[in-house]
Design a protein around this ligand. Structure first.
Ligand code: AMP
Ligand code: MG
Length: 383
């Protein structure tokens, strides 16, 4: 377990909040406190086993993958089983990046697909990426083009992957209008063709020369889907919360049946929370905000969510948007789309997917979908 920074839990809220606060100021962090639980009977009255672990309390692990801090809180009786699960989860995330979604690693499917842009034969996708890109194309249509996985050239131009929250990026200069126009000419999901060769099975992807996929807006969603499947394969793990920067997966029930309490970061002060979601069982929670990755220059904030119409950081009345639903992939995709669309169009979109939405507006107002109200408690002392 060398790679893991393992903390046997003694003060869960404190440990997680601290770690995720770091996450909030780090490369891709968006969340504060995966679980803000005021305490349980077991915690206060539990007894320690021979390893010093309080019975009924979770095992915790922190590590990095996919460019973000991964926090795992795992409920299982046995430390060995917890470690085994935590290691497998990290391998799932690293494999996902290495073999499927990285635009940078030449071992990944997205990298290979991008090298086939302009080829007449196209690129035969795996079943998994076929399903993924089909969902992405539908989301592009339904979001009126706000969500677009073909923005690779524009994203490279801004060099977003080099940005972290608020850290100075040496030599940052916004691209010129000519550069933007050139990159934009290669972007747009209308240029992407997915062709089914048989009645079922994988699709063949056709991209014109220069068009590049970037799956940054759904990577963590895909990760949540994979981790949820892994949890189902591990019946010994009865409950878990896994936080990956801007996305959090909750699973199962705690030994004392108390609900999950997930804090949502306050975009105006990322050390604060805007409120808490109280949830039972399995959920995916994704947030997109202008405080996750950005550069401030001459009073302008350049953030990592681009408006496909301009190729530049979206000018939005929204500072942050949180989507709550069972499906991880769409959860992550919808949060990105909704940041650009704003509450009115965004809520109409999330309704089509049966998802709930919470918008934090630039003037501090909160806009919640009707269904979100039953889960959300506002922090009355928020900054
Ligand atoms: P998220 O943090 O989930 O909102 O995703 C943001 C990431 O998605 C960025 O870092 C880019 O890699 C990519 N991206 C930026 N703008 C868009 C967009 N309009 N549609 C799809 N992906 C985008
Ligand atoms: Mg997203």
């Amino acid at each position: 377990m060398k790679l893991f920074l393992k903390t046997v839990k003694t003060a869960v809220s404190c440990a997680i909040a601290t770690a995720l606060l770091c996450c909030g100021c780090g490369a891709a962090g968006a969340w504060r406190g995966a679980e803000e639980n005021p305490g349980t009977a077991q915690r206060d009255g539990g007894h320690a086993d021979s390893a010093g672990h309080t019975v009924g309390e979770p095992w915790q692990y922190a590590d990095t993958a996919m460019g973000t801090v991964v926090q795992q809180t795992i409920y299982t009786k046995d430390e060995e089983k917890a470690e085994d699960f935590a290691e497998q989860a990290m391998e799932v995330l690293r494999r996902l990046e290495r073999e499927q979604i990285s635009w940078r690693l030449d071992t990944s499917e997205v990298y290979r697909a991008n090298t086939y842009a302009g080829s007449e034969d196209g690129f035969l996708l795996s079943e998994e990426l076929s399903v993924l890109l089909e969902s992405c194309q539908l989301l592009w249509e339904r979001s009126d083009g706000a969500f677009d996985v073909t923005l690779g050239a524009a994203i490279r131009l801004w060099n977003i992957d080099k940005w972290a929250a608020g850290e100075a990026v040496e030599d940052f200069l916004p691209p010129s209008e000519e550069e933007l126009a050139r990159a934009l000419a290669t972007c747009g999901s209308q240029r992407m063709r997915l062709v089914r060769e048989a009645s079922a099975g994988p699709l063949r992807l056709f991209l014109p020369k220069g068009t590049q996929l970037d799956l940054g807006a759904v990577g963590k969603g895909l990760a949540m889907e994979n981790l949820n499947r892994l949890l189902i394969q591990h019946p010994d793990v009865t409950a878990a919360v896994i936080s990956l920067g801007g996305s959090i997966l909750t699973y199962g029930s705690k030994p004392d049946d108390s609900p999950w309490r997930v804090g949502i970061v306050n975009p105006f002060d990322t050390s604060d929370s805007i409120g808490i979601l109280t949830l039972e069982g399995q959920w995916c929670i994704s947030t997109s905000g202008d405080y996750e990755r950005y550069v401030d220059l001459d009073g302008v904030r350049y953030h990592h969510i681009l408006d496909p119409k301009t190729g530049a950081p979206a000018v939005s009345e929204v500072r942050g948007v949180t989507i709550l639903m069972k499906d991880g992939l769409l959860d992550d995709g919808l949060s990105t789309a909704c940041f650009i669309l704003g509450p009115e169009k965004g809520m109409a979109l999330t309704e089509q997917y049966g998802a709930e939405a919470l918008f934090v507006m630039a003037d501090g107002r909160l806009e919640l979908s009707e269904g979100m109200k039953q889960y959300f408690t506002e922090n009355q002392n928020r900054k």
